[in-house]
Write a protein that binds this ligand. Structure first.
Ligand code: GCU
Length: 348
């Protein structure tokens, strides 16, 4: 059976079982066979050995160790519960409880997230980490979805996003001309590609491998881990460190589920959410190093280190236009620039 058909069938079976277990229309709240433990459905789109999944498994272990008599956490990796957009919608309605959403998908649910999608917003990974630890920056963005039925409970590292292509090394923006590059489905990502001169092809994460293999696209953009773990490096032989984005993934939770937690359990869950971030980040650098080695030795990918300045210059009007239409975000933007300046010399 084709991968996609299999996934759709699994999703259908999942929706039917959630519906039957919870009584359709009631949202989440399904319990195990004995009716004793609430099942917590967690979905994301990364493979089993990805740091995101390791973080989620640590969460499962922790919650079940502390509150195993009441909750059964079930983690579904690999888009088994649907695409990211599907999963966010399912989390919104409460059909599932927790999922991971990229910043681009979040932008389509809440415009406040656009800020973090601006290309070259962060000039180094350390500036990004510092900003993510600063609640005066993250809180106004992360809390903007509360009215949409879900809350951001923590964020995840996904490294730097870079272009990788099938047959042409990207050394300068001109090299992108005429190439169809998969971007995430958000207005900012399409605009970024337009400014850089390539042809933006928005599509869901799960469709990228097939699109690369069948020459529908000439390249994509993501981290070293996605390049190898998702097989993109089997087709794309040039990975160019243009570092156009450093964005967080968000771990989001259905509000009814969160607010319905007894006070004494809520504290444990908050610790569990923090653990997802901690374990994911602890595993990130090692996974990147392993991915890079695999890309070079098994997939024969060539890593290229272009001057990022010309890319950055082409994208700077996106910042200006954004700030013109969103002047209320200027103070947060300025704060980020302070971190950029502070960490400029220490960029990873
Ligand atoms: C990264 C990110 C995912 C996102 C994916 C994409 O892997 O962690 O959340 O879905 O990029 O490009 O769609």
């Amino acid at each position: 059976m084709k991968n996609k058909t299999k996934k759709s069938l699994l999703l259908l079976v999942f929706c039917i079982s959630v519906c039957m277990a919870s009584g359709c229309g009631k949202g989440s709240g399904s319990t195990d066979n004995k009716g004793e433990r609430k099942i917590i459905y967690v979905g994301h789109n990364q493979p089993a050995d990805h740091p995101t999944n390791l973080g989620m498994l640590a969460f499962e272990e922790y919650i079940e160790k502390e509150l195993g008599d009441k909750y059964d956490v079930q983690v579904f990796p690999n888009e088994l519960l649907g695409s990211q957009t599907d999963m966010v919608q399912l989390t919104q309605t409460g059909a599932i409880d927790i999922c991971v959403a990229s910043n681009a998908i979040m932008e389509t649910f809440s415009p406040a997230f656009t800020l973090f999608n601006l290309p070259y917003l962060f000039t180094s990974v350390d500036a990004f980490y510092a900003a993510m630890e600063d609640e005066s920056i993250t809180e106004p963005i992360f809390s903007s979805t509360d009215g949409a039925g879900f809350s951001v409970v923590t964020w995840l590292d996904l490294g730097t996003r870079n272009f990788y292509t099938v047959s042409r090394a990207i050394e300068k923006p001109e090299d992108l001309r005429g190439l169809k590059i998969r971007v995430q489905q958000s207005a900012t990502n399409v605009e970024m590609m337009k400014r850089l001169g390539g042809s933006a092809t928005p599509m869901g994460f799960g469709d990228v491998y097939t699109a690369l293999q069948s020459n529908i696209i000439d390249g994509a953009e993501n981290s070293e881990i996605v390049l190898t773990a998702n097989g993109h490096g089997e087709v794309c032989k040039y990975f160019s460190y243009d570092m156009h984005q450093i964005t967080p993934d968000s771990v989001i939770v259905n509000n009814k589920f969160l607010e319905g937690l007894p006070e004494e359990d809520r504290e444990t869950f908050e610790k569990g959410f923090a653990l997802i971030n901690q374990v994911e980040r602890e595993n990130w650098d090692v996974s990147v190093a392993e991915a890079k080695k695999r890309a070079e030795t098994e997939q024969m990918v060539q890593f290229i280190y272009p001057d990022t300045k010309p890319f950055q210059e082409l994208c700077s009007p996106i910042h200006e236009e954004y700030l013109k239409s969103n002047p209320e975000k200027q103070p947060i933007y300025d704060k980020i620039q302070e971190y950029n300046t502070y960490y400029a010399a220490e960029s990873k």
